[in-house]
Design a protein around this ligand. Structure first.
Ligand SMILES: [Zn+2]
Length: 235
């Protein structure tokens, strides 16, 4: 009997750890209720999402919000949604817990946006890098994790090196962010005539992606676009 209990316990534990990989079992990533569908999100949660329309480009579709962020070196910015629930819950799961399921879902949403944009002749996709010290302490780069789940035909290329170990940006003023990130990126590649899409998880002031785009353009890129999951809009 004891063996049976132990076996039942083990089976239950295995199922709880791996059931996301089984086609007939699925818990919704957002509400955690079981769903019979093979989607990562249940129908009820899908209907509640308040995403930007497909093909959304902040620079064209929201000039007022664009004016609040740094984008001098950027030719287009697509986003899935504003940084609010459920994205304010899902993104930390990606960033701090390396949740593959969340990366898969958010990567799918980003891919849908990219599919519907008129950004022509994209040569490659590039994740915004972390500094090697941050990468060593976190163990992974959330932007790279997102890239892994993009359904795109272009290659993913690591074109940038982050050479400054910048402190966390969230609490800094805009001017401090600018100083903090000035020349933070270095690109050792010749990018003459290339069009590149930068991938990041969240945009707050645009300083990070704008500095990364500046470096890509210094190396000859003709167009740099940005695709991020969410934006923190000023209220
Ligand atoms: Zn749900």
């Amino acid at each position: 009997m004891r063996n049976f209990t132990r076996l039942a316990h083990k089976t239950q534990k295995l199922l709880s750890e791996y059931h996301h990989w089984l086609p007939f079992f699925n818990d919704c990533l957002l509400c955690h209720y079981s769903t019979s569908s093979q989607q990562l999100i249940c129908q009820t949660c899908l209907q509640d999402l308040d995403n930007f329309p497909l093909g959304y480009d902040l620079l064209f579709d929201n000039p007022k919000a664009s004016a609040d962020i740094s984008h001098e070196n950027i030719d287009g910015i697509t986003l899935v949604a504003t940084y609010q629930r459920p994205f304010s819950t899902a993104l930390p799961q990606l960033k701090f817990h390396q949740s593959i399921q969340h990366a898969k879902w958010l990567g799918q949403l980003l891919s849908e946006q990219l599919e519907h944009l008129a950004w022509r002749n994209i040569d490659c996709i590039c994740p915004v890098p972390l500094h090697r010290e941050r990468l060593a302490s976190r163990g992974f780069n959330q932007a790279e994790l997102l890239c892994r789940f993009l359904s795109v035909t272009q290659p993913i290329k690591h074109l940038l090196i982050r050479r400054k170990s910048t402190q966390a940006q969230t609490r800094l003023t805009r001017r401090d962010r600018l100083n903090n990130l000035k020349n933070a990126f270095y690109c050792p590649h010749d990018l003459t005539g290339k069009s590149i899409v930068l991938i990041d998880d969240v945009i707050t002031t645009g300083t990070t992606v704008n500095e990364a785009a500046k470096e890509l353009k210094r190396q000859g890129a003709t167009a740099v676009f940005v695709a991020a999951v969410a934006i923190r809009l000023k209220t």
